[in-house]
Each structure stands twice: as C-alpha cells, then as structure tokens.
Design a protein around this ligand. Structure first.
Ligand SMILES: [Zn+2]
Length: 799
C-alpha cells in the first residue's frame, strides 16, 4: 500500500489558525492539571506534639514509633515481649479495658509459604476496647506490633501500631462513640498472620464480626493508599470518601492486590464467613508503600519514616473511626463493588453495575465516531483500519522498552535485583516515563503522514475502549482507567468534527478530553511505580502510553501541519516533527544517567545481600546458602555452586539455592522426646515433645514420607493439616511452628504402623559469631526477606 493522498484525510481533529499558540496553551493546561493531580497526592504536613487533644498528631505518635522500633522484635523474642508490655501500658493508661490474648493459632486459610508447610504459631495479641454508648456492632482497628527478624520495623508496622495508639488517645478525649471500638495489636503477622488468625477464630470480641480498618506500611514514605477492601464495598467506600480527610484509593489497586501473592492481617478477617455465608467482617486496608528499598531490612528504622505519611495514616484512621463509631454498622454490609479513584480534592465513585454499560458505550462510541469521521470525509476506512493497527505498536513497545531499560540497570548494578525498589527511584521512574513518551512521539512522527491524525486518534481510542472489555470482565474495578478517558475522547471527537476545524472549539474539546485522561491515569502511573517496583516498570509505562494515546490530538498540535506541503517546506515540517521525540529521548537518557550517578550503593544505601547458614546435626555438615541468582562479590565469598536443600532441610524452600561449604558450628539441635508410644497392630499413636535448645524463631517437624503415612497430626493440642506428599522430597509431611515457647511444643502423630523417621529443625537469626563468618563491610547490607541471615539446625530421630 503506497502513501495515500495527503488531502483531505491528513486533516487533524483540531487545526487552529494560530497553531503554536494553541499548542502551548493546551500543553500548559495539561501540565497544570497534572501538577494539581501530583499536589493532591502529597502527604499532609505532620502535626506537632502540642496539636489539640482531639486531633491526630504525628509528633505524638512518633514517640511510640521510637519505643516500638528500637530494635528487631520478631514474634516470640524477648524484644517483642518488651514492646507488648509498652503497648499494654499505653492502652491501660488511657483507661481502656486491655488484655493479652495468649494462644496458639494456625496460619490463615489458603496462604502457604513456599515449602508446602502449614504454619502455626504461639501468639500474644494486645486487645483493648472502648465500649460504645449504644453499640450497633464493633469497629476494629488492626495493626501488627511484631517486626521481621531482619529489621526493627520502624514503618512495618510501628507506623500502624503507633497510629492506633494515638487514635485511641484521641477517641478517649471526646464524647464516647455510639459503637464499640476495639484496638487489636496483633502478633506474628510477619511469621504467619497467626495473630490476626487467632483473633478472628477465637477471641470473644470477634465472635459477632464487625468493620475492620487494617493499617500497614511497606516502605517509608508516600501517600497512604486504601488498597484493599472486602467484597461488596460500595457503602464502605462511600463512607471512606466522606470521612477520610485524604482519601487516596482506587478500585484498580484492589484488583491488582487480588492478583498478587501478598497478604496482610486483613486476609484472615476478610476470609471469615458466617453460617449464612455472609462475610463476618468487612473493612478497608491502607498502607503507604513508597520508599520500598528499606522494606524488611535493618534500614526500616524510625528515623527514615516520613512523618507526613504517618499523619495521613492517623488523619484517615481517626476520621474513619469517628464516622464508623457513629454509623448504623449493619447497613454497611449491603451494596455491590464500587468503582472509585482519586481526583484532586476527593474521591470519585460510581456503582459497579455501571461497569459494563460504560465499557460497551466506550466501544460503540469509538465505532460511531470512526464512521462519522469517515462520512464527513475527514478520513477513510482504510486509514481507520491502518490507524487501529498502528496504535498497537506503542502499546507493546513502551512496556518492552521499560523492561529492557531495567534489565540494563540491573546488569550494571546487580544489587538492584534484591531490592523491592531502588533507594532513589525518582530518576529511574522519570526515565521510564520519558522512554514511554519517546516511543509514543517517535511512533507518531513516523506514522502520522501515513495514516493521518484522525485515524490514529480514533485508533488509539479504539484500543483504550477494547482494553476496557477484558478489564470489565477480569478486573472490573480497573476498567474506569480506560473507559472514562475513551468516553471523554469520543465526546471531544464529536465536538471537534461538528465545529469549525480552525476555530477554538476543537482545541478546547480535545484538551479537555486529554485532561480527563491525565486526571484518571496519572495517579495510576505515579502509584504503580512504588506498588510494583522498577522490575515491573513496564506496567507503569503501559499506562503512561495509554495516557499518551488518550491525549493524541493534543500531541498532534505539537506537529507542524503536513497536509498540502511540498518540497523544502514539507522537509522542514518533517524535521520539526522529530523535535518532540528527540527531546523525550534526550530526557530519558539524561534521567537514566543521573539515576545511575545518584543511586550508587554506599554505607547509607548498602547493596542488599542474602545469606543463610544450615547445619545437619547428624553429619555435622554445614553450608552457606543464598537465594541470589547471580551472587554479588560479598555473597560469592560463601557460595559458588547450586543446590536444592529441601531434602536435608525440609523446612526450607526447596527452590534452587546458591550454596557453599561452611564450618560446623557448636549449636545444639532441637531435642525430641517420646512422651508416649501407643496404638494397635496397624496404627501407631506418638506423643512427642520437641524442645529448642537455644533462643529460636521457629521449629519444623517432618515425617519421612517413604516409610510413613500420617493419618492425623496435632501440635499443642490443635489439629494440623500436615501437608500432603510433594514430589522429589523424602520429607513429605510437615509443620512449621513459629515462636515456640522455651518448654517446647507437644506434637501428636497418628501413623500407619511402621518404622518412622522424624526430622526436626529450628531456626534462629543472625550469623555473627558463626565460624568463618565475617561481618559485612560498609556498603554491603542485608536483603529484606524472611530468610536473611537465618541459621538453621536440623536432626533426624528414628522412632
Ligand atoms: Zn512486614
């Protein structure tokens, strides 16, 4: 197919008489809208310690952060005992009925951690109640007070815990709420969500269910995002939009979160259903997530916390607690899933039943717009088809470019592979946005003359409309992202086609439509970066390019008009047309360069490394292990080969690990005693006590599956669904017990009569003092993971 004649189809949607002026005005308008969107996403200023007593003060809350996150306080550790005592004292000091729920619980529902084990744990939840004056139900404010083993949890989740203490203080100063407010500070969230699980399954205050606000942090800064809700959230979201002073939340986040393998304390609440199959708890889950480099690392200290994020957590939690405290709670259960998203100054929401009508209206609208443009002689059928096909190119190319860019950065700085997000991600994020812009502008400069601006604009809208359909089907809360800008674009298209092309209205219409695209899509582009990390920067690039397609008629204003020109003038026009793409490409290069120059690893921003130590007490063979795929120089001192250790250390993940020989350490394996061995000729009933011989974080117990068949198993008197056979591993049935008490745990096994072998393993934290271990030099840090610097000792007991 040769180049079609450039007239009349090469005419744009808008061709104002003073084109440069219109282009500048449209761009300025979009930049202003974009700036408004970004300003609206900023965190509020932290309030000082002398703020009025009824208000939330980040400065007051921060005092608790410093106490809670003074050092790592993993569940079951003496440090965690101290934190708990502080919390109990603080809540009792407010005059609240406060108690410690001390029990054993199983990991919630479907969640399992990699090794096929079913986790249990001993937990001690701190529970306090502010009784309502005329309660219609209970409101639960939930955060976890334990930290990971590898860091003090200054943000995760001293932020949520301290927010709740300060909210509790503020609530006790004013008039009492109508509904009961229950403050639940859970234990062992990091281990197995066992604290929350214990609360929902066995605490008397949880029996009748209620409304839950869970507060989390997965980073150190950024806006607090309400990222998860219970199902049928319309009434709750309505209340959130009204009562939270800074409501940042999108139904798209809910959809993304449902696809990710993450869980928080909210999960056990969300998954509890009554006999009538109605959820017992409904609620909202909020967290700030930017600054993810420090997540679960020793750097997650109080000092790195953005107090503005803490203030936003508190303002929203207090506003919501007050609103829920006076609501007629049962009415909140009805409704369907709402679609909602942030706009400057508030939260837009519309009912879920509108999803399909809007998605279909978008598809039909684009179709009709295309036919109308053709009937007006402004484009041709062939061009429309070409425009549609060509518009797919940037949609595919921009994410791909972003992924390649990050692969290159990771090749230059391998430490990035161990980070959720870089320490200083801003330059890299800007580089990805500039890359997406360069792809879009480059593509447009190449194909504009060929297919024509109108066909390309409609082709871009067609892809947005089409994406709305799978989104409506699989992630309905996300379909607004493409459907709303499409509808705005369709309306603008009709306005432009029905008014004088050289008048002001087409420019106003396409600029307004592009502004809708900015308002709807820009927060998603901005929030997707911290949500998914640079390793998935392609997703943000995808939405950036969709934003560009929604704004294509404005992009067109940047191009000198091409129609009807010949010779030198056309050549000059084409040269000018490449200016924007050159600017975007240059910007991408500069941003990437500055990013690499600024974001170096140093003592304050160490390259995270992963190392653990495992010893077989039977053979006294020990090894270093790392999950780094390409070991960094520090890690490579310890590990070289590749190994799977699930057979020898059945509590560990059976993934391929880097490994290397280590000297045996003088560490006792957990002790196993047979308390009783009864049964009959077929079935053997074993009562065992497994006792750690040192301060440990968890114990695992596995039975050799080649010689045993486990009929049932229990630990600490609770039935445990021992995991079923898994291929390739001799140890097919096992359990993990977190935070075991010093006197150990009692395990009861009902087995088919045979000779049995039981393998026990325990896990502690910290490699200091191990023979052959040299502490990390400055600039080398600890990766944020549940197995960083972990130390495991395993032993087999034939029975
Ligand atoms: Zn955590």
């Amino acid at each position: 197919m040769g180049a079609p004649p450039s007239r009349p189809a090469d005419r744009a949607l808008a061709r104002p008489r003073r084109r440069p002026l219109a282009a500048v005005a449209a761009l300025a308008a979009l930049l202003a809208v974009g700036a408004g969107v970004l300003v609206d996403l900023r965190t509020p200023a932290p309030r000082p310690a002398d703020a009025p007593a009824a208000d939330f003060s980040a400065a007051r809350a921060y005092r608790n952060v410093e106490v809670i996150a003074a050092r790592p306080h993993v569940a079951g550790s003496p440090a965690n005992d101290q934190v708990r005592e502080h919390l109990v004292g603080a809540l009792r000091g407010l005059g609240l009925e406060t108690e410690v729920q001390d029990t054993v619980a199983q990991e919630a529902g479907q969640l399992q951690r990699g090794n096929g084990n079913h986790s249990m744990g001993r937990v001690r939840n701190v529970v306090a109640r502010l009784p309502g004056t005329d309660s219609t139900g209970r409101v639960f404010l939930v955060a976890h007070y334990d930290s990971v083993q590898s860091g003090p949890g200054g943000n995760d989740d001293a932020a949520g815990t301290s927010t709740i203490l300060e909210v509790a203080r503020a609530l006790t100063t004013g008039p009492r709420p109508r509904n009961d407010i229950v403050f639940v500070l859970t234990d062992a969230e990091e281990a197995c969500l066992c604290g929350a699980s214990a609360f929902v399954s066995s605490h008397p205050l949880a029996k009748d269910g209620g409304v839950v606000l869970n507060l989390e942090a997965r980073g150190s800064t950024g806006p607090v995002i309400m990222f998860e809700t219970s199902r049928n959230n319309a009434n709750l979201v309505e209340l959130f939009g009204r009562a939270a002073p800074h409501p940042v939340g999108t139904s798209f986040a809910v959809e993304i979160y449902r696809l990710l393998p993450n869980d928080t304390d909210f999960t056990p609440f969300r998954d509890q259903h009554g006999l009538d199959d109605r959820p017992r708890f409904i609620g909202l889950n909020s967290a700030y997530i930017d600054g993810g480099a420090i997540y679960h690392t020793p750097l997650d200290t109080p000092e790195v916390m953005d107090r503005g994020s803490l203030q936003q957590h508190g303002d929203n939690a207090l506003g919501l607690a007050r609103a829920l405290g006076r609501s007629d709670l049962p009415t909140l259960w009805s409704g369907d899933d709402a679609t909602y998203f942030p706009v400057p100054g508030g939260l837009v929401r519309y009912p879920g039943w509108l999803t399909w009508p809007l998605a279909l209206a978008a598809v039909i609208g684009v179709l009709v717009l295309g036919l109308f443009a053709r009937s007006r002689g402004r484009t041709t059928g062939r061009r429309l088809v070409a425009g549609f096909g060509l518009a797919l190119v940037p949609i595919v190319l921009a994410p791909l470019t972003a992924q390649l860019f990050w692969a290159a950065v990771t090749a230059i700085r391998p430490g990035h592979a161990e980070l959720l997000d870089p320490y200083r991600p801003t330059w890299y994020r800007l580089a990805v946005v500039a890359l997406a812009a360069a792809v879009l502008l480059g593509w447009y400069a190449l194909v504009r003359r060929w297919a024509g601006p109108i066909a390309l604009a409609i082709g871009g809208l067609a892809w947005l409309a089409l994406l709305g359909v799978p989104l409506a089907l699989f992630a309905p809360g996300g379909s607004y992202l493409v459907v709303v800008p499409t509808l705005a674009g369709v309306v603008a298209g009709f306005v432009a086609l029905n008014t004088r092309i050289d008048g002001p209205w087409p420019v106003v219409a396409v600029t307004a439509a592009a502004a809708v695209g900015v308002v709807v899509l820009l927060p998603t582009v901005v929030l997707l970066f911290p949500a998914l990390g640079m390793a998935m920067g392609g997703v943000a690039a995808l939405f950036a390019v969709l934003l560009g397609l929604a704004a294509l008629p404005v992009v067109d204003l940047l191009h000198p008009q091409a129609g009807g020109q010949r010779g030198m003038r056309a050549l000059r026009a084409r040269k000018l047309g490449t200016l924007p793409v050159c600017a975007a490409a240059l910007a991408a290069t500069v941003f990437a360069g500055v990013g690499l120059a600024v974001d170096r690893f140093d003592a304050a921003h160490p390259a995270p490394t992963h190392l653990m130590y495992a010893m077989d007490a039977d053979t006294r063979q020990a090894r270093w292990l790392s999950h780094e795929e390409h070991p960094q120089p520090w890690t490579a001192q310890y590990v070289g080969g590749v190994e799977r250790v699930g057979g020898e250390f059945p509590g560990l993940d059976d993934a391929e690990l880097r490994s290397g020989p280590a000297q045996p350490a003088d560490l006792p394996a957990p002790k196993l005693e047979v308390l009783s061995d009864t049964g009959d000729a077929d079935v053997r009933l074993l009562r065992l006590r497994v006792t750690p011989q040192r301060q440990v974080r968890l114990l695992t117990v596995h039975v050799d599956g080649d010689t045993a068949e486990v009929l049932s198993a229990a630990a600490e008197g609770r039935m445990n669904s021992f995991s079923g056979p898994s291929p390739n591993l001799p140890w097919t049935a096992g359990l993990t017990f977190h935070a075991p008490p010093p006197q150990g745990i009692e395990v009861t096994l009902k087995l088919l009569r045979k000779d049995h072998r039981v393998r026990v393993m325990d896990v502690s934290d910290g490699l200091d003092g191990l023979p052959g271990f040299r502490p990390r030099p400055a600039g080398v840090g600890v990766a944020g993971s549940h197995s960083s610097d972990m130390l495991a000792v395993a032993r087999t007991y034939p029975l």
